[in-house]
Write a protein that binds this ligand. Structure first.
Ligand code: ZN
Length: 276
């Protein structure tokens, strides 16, 4: 599933082509459950004729801000893909939603497994949505001190806590494992037990693995492509997530462990990331 670096890369590839464009007509295919809210006909009605004034991102969601003040939120989930094409280009079998734009192009949403969701939110609904998601880890307001307060106010196991979007935005399985490995912290440690030094290592590692993945335009394990159809190039940069159990740790050569923690496969080095 695309995480912050992949979603941000898609946003960046779309931004110069979509900002300032007007949606002349919104189309939804037979699979209309890709629109979560409002009803599909209302969704189309409220978007048609609107200018896209800006592209944003919140956590793993892409945001299209409209002239009306409404915000379209797009969650790509497993296999959702956005692309820009000419309106005359042939349509594939997995096309579920598309915008005709005023320059003759189309913004197309293809999704093989159909888990992705679109919503159209009023400014008031967007406020609630925004408040339901934790801080952005690359925002300057996300300081180590703020992170310490966040961690210490909860008594949760670290790995599932980092994946909890209401705690912190945009982190999924890949970057949680990478950040914990780089910080040398066991994924089953409890959030309130981290020392100030450990918090500051984890804070720096989260920012570092996300920034580095952004630089290489995200990680493509299998499906992920940016809006130009290009895979990301960060896979070879991963230090722990891409390895198999019993592969040697890249730091100390101890066999890597894969455990299920909070229902998610988790890789760590038992020597570099001791439990106590
Ligand atoms: Zn190790």
């Amino acid at each position: 599933m695309p995480e912050l670096p992949e979603v941000e890369t898609v946003r960046r590839t779309l931004e110069p082509h979509l900002t300032g464009r007007t949606v002349t007509c919104t189309h939804i295919g037979p699979y209309d459950r890709c629109v979560a809210t409002p009803q599909p006909d209302v969704f189309c009605e409220r978007i048609d004729g609107q200018e896209i004034t800006a592209l944003g991102r919140r956590g793993k969601f892409i945001l299209l801000r409209l002239d009306s003040g409404d915000v379209v939120t797009i969650h790509l989930r497993m296999t959702g893909e956005l692309s820009l094409t000419d309106q005359t280009a042939p349509q594939g079998p997995h096309l579920h939603l598309w915008f005709d734009l005023d320059n003759g192009q189309q913004l197309r949403y293809n999704d093989v497994r159909k888990f992705g969701r679109w919503s159209l939110l009023t400014p008031e609904q967007y406020e609630l949505f925004d408040q339901s998601i934790g801080p952005e880890p690359l925002d300057p307001s996300f300081t180590s001190e703020r992170f310490r307060k966040m961690l210490h106010s909860r008594r949760r196991i670290l790995k599932p806590l980092l994946l909890d979007q209401s705690f912190i935005a945009g982190i999924g399985n890949i970057y949680a494992d990478e950040a914990l490995f780089q910080a040398r912290i066991h994924p089953q440690r409890h959030s309130h037990e981290l020392t100030t030094d450990e918090v500051s290592r984890l804070h720096a590692s989260i920012q570092d693995v996300l920034q580095s993945a952004l630089r290489y335009r995200g990680t493509t394990l299998r499906d992920y492509r940016d809006a130009n159809g290009e895979p990301g190039e960060n896979l070879s940069r991963l230090r722990i997530y891409s390895r198999s159990p019993d592969d040697p740790c890249p730091e100390c050569a101890t066999p890597i462990v894969r455990a299920v923690i909070g229902q998610r496969g988790t890789r760590f080095c038992p020597a570099c990331q001791p439990i106590d």
